[in-house]
Design a protein around this ligand. Structure first.
Ligand SMILES: CC(C)(COP(=O)(O)OP(=O)(O)OC[C@H]1O[C@@H](n2cnc3c(N)ncnc32)[C@H](O)[C@@H]1OP(=O)(O)O)[C@@H](O)C(=O)NCCC(=O)NCCS
Length: 101
């Protein structure tokens, strides 16, 4: 799930990866990796400038996938989740190739 932050016409265009999930039996086989590729492809298609996300500080599998796709940590949000868990904030700049005339 990818959601645009702010309204239409807001610049820079920032979108948040709200959710990414793979059924437990199918994990660690590269499905998350392919889902991230598709998220980034679509963000590029929608000319997003930056992707952001929150993930639990102890979600090491999630962080491994995000890091692999260029996300870097940019902060901690205390008690972000309903059960009081802290969230790691991560971001990824989108670099688009200039269109040649
Ligand atoms: C996060 C999630 C989508 C990853 O999906 P996946 O199909 O297992 O992802 P992949 O197989 O492409 O990659 C998993 C990576 O995590 C790594 N990993 C798994 N468990 C790990 C752990 N405990 N510590 C560190 N790395 C771990 C794997 O080694 C693999 O990295 P690699 O490709 O460098 O070897 C999946 O674990 C999931 O659905 N989790 C529950 C929902 C969730 O947490 N979503 C993210 C919330 S923001």
């Amino acid at each position: 799930m990818l959601e645009r932050c702010g309204g239409e016409g807001v610049s820079p265009r920032i979108s948040e990866v709200l959710a990414i999930a793979v059924e437990p039996w199918a994990r660690n086989q590269g499905v998350g990796d392919r889902l991230m590729e598709e998220i980034i492809r679509r963000a590029d298609m929608f000319q997003v400038d930056k992707l952001v996300l929150h993930t639990a500080v102890d979600n090491l599998a999630g962080q491994a996938v995000f890091r692999k796709h260029g996300f870097v940590r940019c902060g901690i949000e205390k008690e972000f989740y309903p059960e009081g868990q802290d969230a790691l904030m991560m971001q990824r700049a989108m670099v688009r190739m200039p269109i040649r005339p």
